[in-house]
Design a binder for this molecule. Structure first.
Ligand SMILES: [Zn+2]
Length: 581
C-alpha cells in the first residue's frame, strides 16, 4: 500500500469534502453547492462507496486528494502531506517522510540564505555590477539591502566552490536549484548576473532571479550569455504557482492601504518599493493561481492588476474574475496606457504610477471597455462577438444582482433588448470561463457532454446502438480509450471494477460509472437508448458549431485581406453547413 492509499483508507471522502462544502445526504451520496463553479442549486456530489466526488455542473471530479489539490491550490505531495497530518499517517514510513522532508527543507533554506549572502558580498566587491545596479537600474543602497540584491560572478563554479568549502553537499546544491544541469561537470546556474532573491511570505529565500548585465566588460559575444532573465527551477522550497514576489516586504503596506497591486515584472516591484509605493507584488508568469489570490486575499480584498501588455492583461483579468468568485476579492484593472511598464512610468515620476493605480477600473467594467474597443458594437457581427465574449463572464458572477446589472448594461451598449441578451444566454449552454483568452470557446461543455455520453454507453450496453450516429470527435487519451473499449463492444465483469485495459484511467472510469448510475440508473432501457441517440446528436451539433466558428474566422480574415472571392466561397460553405440538419 502506498501513502496515498493509506490516507484514502483512513479518511472518508465526505468528511474531507465536508470541511469545505456543506453536504446533505442524498440516498447513497452526499450533495452540496460546488466549490469550483458558482451555482444556486447543488450539482456537486460525493460518493462514499467509490470514494470520489463529481460535479454535474462543471464536470470536475476525482478522489479526495485531487479535491484537496483543487480546492487548496496544492500540488499532489502538498495535498498528501496535509491529508496525512489529518489522518495521522506517518509519511516517513512511505519513504517521503514529512519530518525528514521538513528537515531537508530547512537545510535548503539555510543553503539558499548563504548563497544570497555570498551574492551580496560579490556585488559589494564588483564595481561593474554596482555601477549597473546604481546607474542603469537606478537602485539605491537601501533598496539593494532591503531586497538583498547581489551579483553572481561570471566564473563557472564560484558559488559551488564557496558552498562546498563550507561543507555543503553537491546533492543539496543541486536540489536547491543552484547548479546548471547542462554539461558534464556541474556549474553555477547564475553567472554574470544581477541577483534578485525570491523570498516566501516569511522572508525566507526560496530561489533567485538573475538578470543579465548587458554591458559586459570582457566583451563576451551576446549569444553566450543566455536569456535576459533566468529563474530558479521548481524545487522543494520554491513553487512558482504559489510564489508571490515581494510579498514579505509588501505585507504591511498592503494591509495599511487595503489594496495590492499585481505587476508582471519583479524589477517593477523593486522600483515601486524604492519610490515608496510598497503595496506592489508580482507573480511569476501572467496567470494568477487560486493559491496566490488566497494569499493576497488574506491581506486585502482589493486586488489591482497592472499588466503592460494587452493580451496578457486580458487573460489575467479573465482568470482573476473567475478565481475571485471562489475567494472574497474584488479585482480591478489599472491601464498602463501606451504599453509602458511600471518601471518606465516610475522613471517619469512616481505620481504617474500612483495615478495609474488610483484610476484602476473594476474588472468587469474594464472588460466591457476592452471588448467594445475590439469589436464594432454597431454591426451585427460585432454585437455577436461582444455578447459571446462577455456573456460567459457575466454568467460566472456569483452575485445575481451584479449579474443582472451587467446583462442590462450589455443590452444597453449593444442597443438590443434585455430579453434578447437573456435568451442568448439561456440558449448557450453554460460555458466555463477559460483561463486564457486564446483558448477555443466552448470546449468545456463539449467535454461535459462527451463524458455524459461516454458514461451512458460505457455503463449501459443497450445504449451503444447510438454509436453509429456519433460524429468524429477529438478526444484526449482517457476518453479515446473508453470510446475504443465501448466500440469493441466489451463489458467489464462488474462495473465496480475497472477493466484491465482501462486501469490507466481508473479514476475517470469510476466517475463515468457513477455519473451514469446517478443520471440514468432509474431509467428504462428504451429511455436510455433514446437519450444516448440524443446525446450523440447534440455532440454532432457542437462539432458543427465549432466548424462554423472556424469558417467565420476564415471569412473575416479573407475579407480583411481583401480576398472577396475566397470570402464569398467560404460564405457559401458557411450557409450550406448552417442549413444542414
Ligand atoms: Zn461544479
Amino acid at each position: 500500500m502506498d501513502a496515498a492509499e493509506a490516507v484514502k483508507e483512513r479518511l472518508n471522502v465526505e468528511d474531507v469534502v465536508g470541511e469545505y462544502v456543506a453536504l446533505k445526504r442524498a440516498g447513497r451520496n452526499y450533495k452540496g453547492l460546488c466549490p469550483f463553479h458558482s451555482e444556486k442549486t447543488p450539482s456537486f456530489m460525493v460518493n462514499p462507496d467509490r470514494s470520489i466526488f463529481h460535479c454535474f455542473g462543471c464536470n470536475q471530479g476525482g478522489d479526495l486528494i485531487s479535491f484537496v489539490m483543487k480546492v487548496e491550490g496544492l500540488d499532489f505531495l502538498q495535498a498528501l502531506e496535509l491529508l496525512a497530518r489529518k489522518a495521522g499517517v506517518d509519511l516517513s514510513q512511505y519513504g517521503r517522510g514529512s519530518a525528514e522532508a521538513s528537515k531537508q527543507k530547512d537545510k535548503l533554506y539555510g543553503l539558499l540564505d548563504l548563497a544570497a549572502k555570498y551574492y551580496q558580498i560579490c556585488l559589494s566587491r564588483n564595481r561593474h555590477a554596482l555601477e549597473y545596479a546604481g546607474k542603469a537600474r537606478r537602485l539605491t543602497k537601501q533598496t539593494l539591502t532591503d531586497f538583498r540584491i547581489g551579483y553572481a560572478p561570471d566564473q563557472g563554479t564560484a558559488l559551488k566552490d564557496f558552498l562546498l568549502k563550507r561543507g555543503h553537499r553537491l546533492a543539496d546544491l543541486r536540489q536547491a536549484g543552484l547548479l546548471s544541469s547542462y554539461g558534464q561537470t556541474p556549474r553555477d546556474l547564475f553567472r554574470g548576473r544581477l541577483i534578485l532573491p525570491l523570498s516566501d511570505g516569511q522572508g525566507r529565500i526560496v530561489g533567485f532571479t538573475g538578470r543579465l548585465i548587458t554591458e559586459d566588460p570582457k566583451g563576451q559575444p551576446a549569444g553566450r550569455q543566455g536569456p535576459k532573465y533566468l529563474n530558479s527551477p521548481q524545487t522543494p522550497v520554491y513553487d512558482k504557482s504559489r510564489h508571490i514576489f515581494g510579498l514579505h516586504l509588501a505585507k504591511q503596506a498592503v494591509r495599511q492601504a487595503d489594496k495590492a497591486v499585481l505587476v508582471e515584472g519583479n524589477m517593477d516591484v523593486v522600483t515601486s518599493h524604492q519610490h515608496g509605493v510598497r503595496y506592489v507584488v508580482a507573480t511569476a508568469g501572467t496567470a494568477m493561481t487560486l493559491e496566490q489570490l488566497r494569499q493576497l486575499a488574506r491581506l486585502t480584498q482589493n486586488v489591482i492588476l497592472a499588466f503592460d501588455n494587452d493580451s496578457a492583461g486580458l487573460a489575467a483579468t479573465l482568470r482573476a474574475i473567475q478565481l475571485s468568485q471562489q475567494v472574497q476579492a474584488t479585482i480591478s484593472v489599472a491601464d498602463l496606457a501606451g504599453g509602458k511598464d511600471p518601471d518606465e512610468l516610475i522613471g517619469q515620476g512616481i505620481e504617474k504610477w500612483q495615478q495609474v493605480i488610483d484610476s484602476a477600473a473594476y474588472a468587469m467594467d474594464w472588460l466591457f471597455d476592452y471588448y467594445l474597443k475590439a469589436h464594432d458594437p454597431a454591426s451585427a457581427l460585432g454585437k455577436r462577438r461582444i455578447s459571446s465574449s462577455l456573456l460567459p463572464v457575466i454568467d460566472q458572477l456569483a452575485d445575481p444582482v451584479e449579474q443582472d446589472h451587467y446583462v442590462k448594461r450589455l443590452a444597453e451598449v449593444l442597443d438590443v433588448s434585455v430579453e434578447a441578451v437573456r435568451r442568448r444566454n439561456s440558449q448557450q449552454p453554460v460555458r466555463k470561463l477559460k483561463a486564457t483568452a486564446a483558448a477555443p470557446a466552448g470546449r468545456d461543455d463539449e467535454a461535459a457532454l462527451t463524458d455524459t455520453y461516454l458514461a451512458i454507453v460505457y455503463r449501459y450496453t443497450e445504449s451503444r446502438v447510438s454509436l453509429p450516429s456519433l460524429g468524429r470527435l477529438e478526444l484526449d487519451p482517457a476518453r479515446r480509450a473508453v470510446l475504443d473499449f465501448v466500440r469493441s463492444d466489451s463489458t467489464p465483469g462488474s462495473y465496480d471494477a475497472v477493466p484491465e485495459s482501462l486501469l490507466e484511467h481508473s479514476e475517470f472510469v469510476k466517475i463515468l460509472v457513477f455519473k451514469a448510475e446517478e443520471l440514468y440508473g432509474s431509467w428504462s432501457a428504451s429511455d436510455r437508448v433514446v437519450e444516448a441517440i440524443n446525446l450523440a446528436q447534440r455532440l454532432g451539433r457542437l462539432t458543427k458549431r465549432r466548424s462554423l466558428q472556424n469558417l467565420s474566422k476564415q471569412i473575416e480574415a479573407a475579407e480583411q485581406s481583401g480576398d472577396h472571392a475566397t470570402a464569398s466561397g467560404l460564405l457559401d460553405q458557411y450557409q450550406s453547413l448552417l442549413s444542414e440538419e
